[in-house]
Design a protein around this ligand. Structure first.
Ligand SMILES: [Fe+2]
Ligand SMILES: [Fe+2]
Length: 417
């Protein structure tokens, strides 16, 4: 273990030495001081928000470094990149998790990773486009820019992964297609930003370049803010689903399972991505109105009296009315999905007695997923139905309770996954 620790520290020291030597060798210190100050300052401001989209890490360092690599030398560009990528937040986290010297070594080591990535990006660019002048109209120039972006991401990924392997021998290096695709996906916008920055710098000098970068950074902060809002809304949504299900331990996890099934059925119906996500979100709340139904009715082991059954049936209207009161968050489609999820295809459902395609598509999807989960999970008044019997039940009720087309997709696609 001590040997691994030593190897790890030696590795970081080597990275630092290599980047320092490369900077000293190649730098002509040609970057004008105002440009260097603007670049480092922009990068520091940009590091105040970190965007981690599900498959995308928005890299702001590369666009700035790209401009310097194009206009000046790789050594100066690497140095500015290393300085600009310093963040107080990163240092604080390192201090919390490492002894003082170890934290400092790791912190400087990360700067070395940025510098080495800059050198690698420059090497890839020159390999594809060995000519000197910037030529934004030349496809080979654009290709070389993309190659520089990819090399930047791949180099830093490899160096950091090797560092993790040395500090945690149990760590398994995995190269998943989704990770590779995610890297490509996240690099291309950085390349485009770099090209735009370079064009601005070439055409108008520092001021237009700084304005472009400020716009990108503003956009990044705004996206970060919007993502935090979205995550908060998702947390509240999950919490609400748990509150609904906690009313009755027999239905624990019901809302989440219905949401999962609704998402899969909607995907197989080829609904647009945004609709699929929204339906999954709203499906978690389909039984929201049950929070108004007394517990003794929901958990009653014997048959319900007609008035008790009427109270249970009110849950779709109550749920819909609850979300109607939050019209900044929920739309008419969300409202209808909840209101109509107990309507039947033949018109014999509740609360409105709508039939066929008068019932919203989202509600017809929910109806099947809701019934499937109810049938295949244990209830206070009966055991869970075996899957084959539940499929039989769906088929028997296709065209009566359920939309027959959706039943076929559910059975043939969702259940066969
Ligand atoms: Fe319901
Ligand atoms: Fe339900």
């Amino acid at each position: 273990m001590r040997l691994m620790r030593l190897l790890h520290d030696l590795y970081i020291a080597l990275l630092i030495a290599a980047s320092a030597a490369l900077i000293a060798q190649t730098s002509t210190w040609a970057v004008p001081l105002p440009t260097a100050i603007v670049c480092v300052g922009m990068l520091w401001i940009s590091s105040l928000s970190v965007i981690n989209l599900r498959r995308t890490v928005v890299v702001m360092v590369f666009p700035v470094v790209f401009v310097l690599l194009m206009k000046y030398d790789p050594g100066s560009a690497a140095l500015v990149a290393a300085l600009g990528s310093m963040s107080a937040q990163e240092f604080r986290i390192m201090q919390e998790n490492n002894p003082p010297l170890g934290a400092l070594l790791k912190f400087i080591g990360n700067r070395a990773v940025t510098a080495l990535s800059a050198f690698a990006a420059w090497g890839a660019f020159k390999l594809v486009y060995p000519h000197d002048p910037l030529n934004f109209g030349d496809p080979v120039f654009l290709l070389a820019s993309a190659a520089a972006g990819m090399t930047w991401v791949i180099t830093s990924g490899l160096i950091v992964n090797l560092q993790i392997v040395l500090s945690r021998p149990s760590f398994r290096l995995r190269l998943e297609p989704s990770i590779v695709f995610g890297s490509v996906y996240s690099t291309l916008p950085s390349v485009v930003m770099g090209l735009m920055g370079a064009a601005m710098y070439e055409l108008g000098g520092l001021l237009p370049f700084a304005v472009t970068q400020a716009f990108f950074i503003y956009n990044k902060h705004y996206t970060h803010w919007a993502m935090v809002q979205k995550e908060n809304a998702e947390q509240i949504n999950l919490a609400l689903a748990r509150i609904i299900d906690s009313k009755d331990h027999y239905t624990a996890g019901h809302s989440e399972r219905v949401a999962e099934l609704a998402r899969r059925l909607a995907e197989h119906c080829r609904l647009p991505r945004a609709d699929v996500e929204r339906l999954e979100y709203i499906a978690r709340l389909h039984d929201l109105g049950k929070i108004n139904v007394p517990n003794e009715i929901l958990t009653k082991p014997s048959a319900l009296t007609p008035s008790e059954f009427d109270a249970v049936k009110m849950h779709s209207e109550w749920g819909a009315e609850l979300i109607r009161g939050m019209d900044k968050i929920y739309s008419e489609r969300d409202y209808r999905a909840i209101l109509e999820h107990h309507e039947r295809y033949d018109g014999a459902g509740y609360p409105l007695g709508k039939k066929g395609t008068e019932i919203s598509l989202w509600a017809r999807i929910l109806c099947i997923c809701d019934a499937w989960d109810a049938m295949t999970s244990e209830r206070v008044y009966r055991p869970a139905l075996p899957e084959a019997e539940a499929i039989e039940e769906l088929r028997r009720n296709a065209g009566a309770q359920f939309d027959p087309e959706l039943v076929e997709i559910f059975i043939n696609k969702v259940l066969s996954e």
